[in-house]
Design a protein around this ligand. Sequence first.
Ligand code: HEC
Length: 205
Amino acid sequence: MKLRIGNATRYTYLFRNESATVSLTAVLFAMALLAHPGTAMADKADFSLYVDKSGNISLPDDFRLSMTHLGSWFVPEGEASGFHDVYTEPETVRAYRKTGIFPDGATLVKELRPSTASNYTTGTNVSHATGGVKQWFVMIKDTKARFADNPVWGDGWGWALIKTDSSNRNTTTNYRAECLSCHMPAKNTDWIYVEGYPTLSKPGR
Ligand code: HEC
């Protein structure tokens, strides 16, 4: 069965509520119907919890609790200075560890936080993130080119920059102009800087 990140919780719900008299075949049949909604529109509206049917991307709610921390970057100076913490769904980590690719519907969130440094018992000039968020970057994997006419979708992803004033508004208008050239060095790893995400490898490697 196709992995459908956005619907994972709905499947769990279906299982819990099926009466014991319903045969396994019927449950599997219902799941097959859910997995193939029939129309392209239904697929567009359904494949991610964070994408509406027009392709608008929003910030996942409380992702620090529900998602897995993939890794962090520390940018010492400039506009983007501070910590860049990157998250994805636990299901995406499991799939990536098996296949080495990001599955359809995978979500990546990068959160930018300011930092400060001082002396701690671990050493001098130790940096940590402070309260407040600068902004978030979100990418949603789309293996089916669902939103071919939408300029924030392409090259296998939906691309979003979300500012702190509205978690539902993607301020990106064109990913080719605003994102792609900076991600060119990571083109061979599906545009993602995977070297910063040890969580994507099995422990011990
Ligand atoms: C100035 C160059 C630059 C621009 C512009 C840029 N990115 Fe990135 N992005 C990076 C780099 C470098 C990383 C990893 C290192 C870091 O965060 O410092 C990254 C990481 C990310 C990540 C974490 C996953 C990954 O690829 O490693 C997401 C999500 C992301 N960017 C989305 C976007 C989106 C969406 C846009 C456009 C709205 C965008 N970025 C524009 C350079 C850029």
